[in-house]
Write a protein that binds this ligand. Structure first.
Ligand code: GRF
Length: 196
């Protein structure tokens, strides 16, 4: 792959994955470039973090994600080729999926299909895993299709849940595994997609 590939990262909160992906791509001198970060949350920590790295962040209100024509126009105008959802807490509208088929990648902090679907996000996932006394949780990186959390799985990795784990300690362990793997999976997927 020689030409530049522009990606947009969607993030709603702390944005540690977004920053980690940015650092990885920069350190590798990758031709996959983060063009911008899209957020729905004016108070998201990612806004200041991105600013300090000179990454443009654009805020769209929640209504735009329900009726995304403005967002779609924006992404197409910018020449965005892939979207990465990294801690993004809004539903992805079908119209956006149709414009970017097989080109939206999400990370979910459990071993899907377990602990996925509506209402299962963030700390709620880890609370449910702890409540059920699961022996393992983990991460799932998958493509986004019209069925919530059911798109093609690109990568999964197990994380052992210890007896001492709380939802918070498990979230921390899982986030580390996300950071280790998400940039690599994104890079490999985009490269293989472009080679087809
Ligand atoms: C991650 O665990 C992600 O899987 C989940 O929310 C967390 C986001 O973390 N959807 P961050 O915003 O990237 O720090």
């Amino acid at each position: 792959m020689t030409s530049t590939t522009k990606i947009a990262i969607f993030a709603s909160g702390s944005g540690s994955n977004a920053i980690n992906i940015y650092n990885y791509l920069i350190s590798k001198g990758s031709n996959i470039k983060i063009d911008c970060i899209i957020t729905n949350n004016a108070k998201a920590d990612i806004i200041n973090k991105a600013k300090s790295l000179n990454i443009e962040t654009i805020l769209f209100d929640n209504l735009t994600f329900l009726n995304p024509s403005k967002l779609i126009d924006f992404l197409l105008d910018r020449g965005i080729q892939f979207i990465v959802l990294a801690g993004f807490l809004r539903h992805i509208h079908e119209d956006l999926i149709n414009i970017f088929p097989q080109r939206i990648i999400n990370i979910h902090p459990s071993l899907l299909p377990k602990y996925g679907g509506k209402g299962m996000y963030g700390i709620k996932v880890h609370e449910a895993v702890i409540k059920d006394k699961e022996e393992f949780s983990g991460i799932t990186i998958h493509l986004v299709n019209k069925e919530y959390d059911k798109g093609q799985i690109l990568y999964q990795e197990k994380v052992k849940v210890s007896k001492e784990d709380t939802a918070l300690s498990l979230a921390k362990k899982i986030l580390e595994v996300e950071h280790k793997n998400f940039p690599l999976v994104i890079e490999q997927y985009i490269q293989s997609y472009k080679e087809i």
